[in-house]
Design a protein around this ligand. Structure first.
Ligand code: PEP
Ligand code: MG
Length: 457
């Protein structure tokens, strides 16, 4: 059946061959009790697109790399592949689906290319680049345990984004000084029901223990749009990215949010835990969430200090940063969504690449505005509202330099990216970072803005 499908000239229909193979593999697995991946050769997975839960199930021991027809750099499937350390090229177009099994392929995750039947010379060059990259990574890893700082001494905290307890182990191995974002929705991707408060406490405790005293920022559920959760079914929407997602779900279903916040508070008694809410657009949402936290605090009789922040990713919140900052302890900039909403370009849509590439000068201008707003709010409140970044920009050394030049003091990224970002920060003074960041605000596009920082590295 798969061969019949693959022979069809329409690439979309030819792609259905994968579904037949997938179903076949599952049936065999059910009959034999042997998982389909067992004994499979190491290879490149080719797919139309992957959901976050499909990505999360890939075994880095079996899958050498991923190539997809759809998707973009900040889509959640790509984010999970990055955290598993699996090279990926996404958004290659439907032609990749017609590639036969067993074809020799050369995938270059840095360049974003997939070459079919590469000449031996090309393969040799790629091997050389891979060796060079491994050596550079090994050198950076030797200093990954040092604190993040610029060459001129300013301290920049370098944290990890995680989605599972296993990621927390990797975060520590790669020198994370803490977790800047636990995407709690990744804990629940495949569950039919959400875990109760005790189970959530147990998972958070496991992560907190691995972190051994390092701070842990727990982000409340960010379900919706490209992160559907079977445990939280939602009505279909015309524009899910502009619909009921993030804190909007939490405020519409307060018992879900309250359970999570109670679990966070219980763990905060013994560990340095902070909490942040995704997709906040207004002060009313901040105040409503604070009320849920206060109620949970009273119900549990917990006095523990708990820093409260938001994933700042909606342009409205950026424009209102000073007002929101008066009620918050930190902003962690979700530049994936901030770019999506600022550029009006869906983050998973590969054909919008020039609009989605980072750093967009328009987004950098918002970063500058947010940092200024947070400083004004801190002065007014007499308590610091710090500003970090947890979007994928933070893990790109060039973008990291620009962000620190704009006054960002914390960067949170996929664990494996930490050593090289710390190395880049160590090589640049604040004055130079400031100078290129100011120039990048005037750049004509993302590529030009990034090139300014690359010149420094
Ligand atoms: C972001 O939007 O940049 C972010 C950090 O959150 P997520 O990628 O989970 O939407
Ligand atoms: Mg987001």
């Amino acid at each position: 059946m798969a061969a019949l499908y693959r022979a069809l000239s329409d690439p979309l229909l030819a792609e259905r061959a994968i579904d037949v193979l997938d179903v076949g593999g599952r049936v065999v697995a059910a009959l034999t009790g042997v998982a389909p991946a067992a004994g499979a050769a190491l290879g490149i997975v080719i797919a139309d697109d992957l959901t976050p839960s499909q990505s999360a199930k890939l075994d880095p021991g079996q899958v050498v790399a991923i190539a997809t027809a759809r998707g973009a750099f900040t889509a959640h499937a790509a984010i999970i592949a990055r955290s598993l350390g699996i090279p990926a090229v996404v958004g290659l177009g439907p032609a990749v689906l017609a590639i036969d099994s067993g074809t020799t392929l050369l995938l270059d995750g840095d360049a974003g290319t997939l070459t079919v039947g590469p000449a031996e010379e090309l393969v040799e060059q790629a091997r050389g680049r891979r060796e060079q990259q491994r050596r550079r990574a090994a050198v950076a890893l030797t200093r990954a345990g040092e604190q993040g700082a610029l060459a001129s001494g300013q301290r920049i905290e370098v944290f990890a984004n995680i989605g599972t307890p296993a990621d927390a182990v990797r975060a520590v191995e790669f020198g994370a000084e803490g977790v800047g974002m636990l995407r709690t929705e990744f804990l629940f991707l495949d569950r039919a029901t959400l875990p109760d408060e005790d189970e959530q406490v147990a998972t958070l405790l496991e992560i907190a223990k691995t972190l051994d005293g390092r701070p842990l920022i727990v982000r409340t559920l960010d379900a919706g749009a490209d992160k559907p959760l079977p445990a939280l079914p939602m009505p279909a929407e015309l524009n899910p990215f502009l619909g009921i997602r993030g804190i909007r779900v939490g405020l519409q279903q307060p018992q879900v949010l309250a359970t999570q916040l109670r679990a966070v508070l219980r763990v905060a008694v013994e560990h340095p835990v902070k909490v942040m809410m995704p997709m906040v657009a207004t002060l009313a949402e901040v105040l409503a969430t604070r009320r849920v936290i206060d109620q949970a605090r009273t119900a549990l009789g917990i006095e523990a200090e708990l820093e409260i922040g938001i994933t700042l990713e909606v342009p409205a919140a950026a424009l209102m940063a000073e007002q929101l900052g008066r009620h918050l302890d930190f902003f962690s900039l979700g530049t994936n969504d901030l770019t999506q909403y600022t550029m009006a370009a869906e983050r998973g849509n590969a054909s919008l690449e020039p609009l989605l590439a980072s750093p967009q000068p328009a987004v950098l201008r918002l970063v500058k505005l947010i940092v200024a707003g947070a400083a004004q709010a801190s002065a007014a409140r007499g308590r610091n509202c710090w500003v970090g970044v947890c979007g994928e920009m933070a893990g790109d050394p060039a973008c990291a330099v620009l962000l620190t030049g704009l006054g960002i003091t914390e960067l949170s990224m996929s664990p494996s990216l930490i050593p090289e970002v710390k190395a880049a920060l160590r090589s640049v003074s604040f004055d130079d970072a400031y100078r290129v960041a100011e120039a990048a605000l005037q750049a004509s596009d993302a590529q030009a803005a990034r090139a300014l920082a690359l010149d420094l590295l």
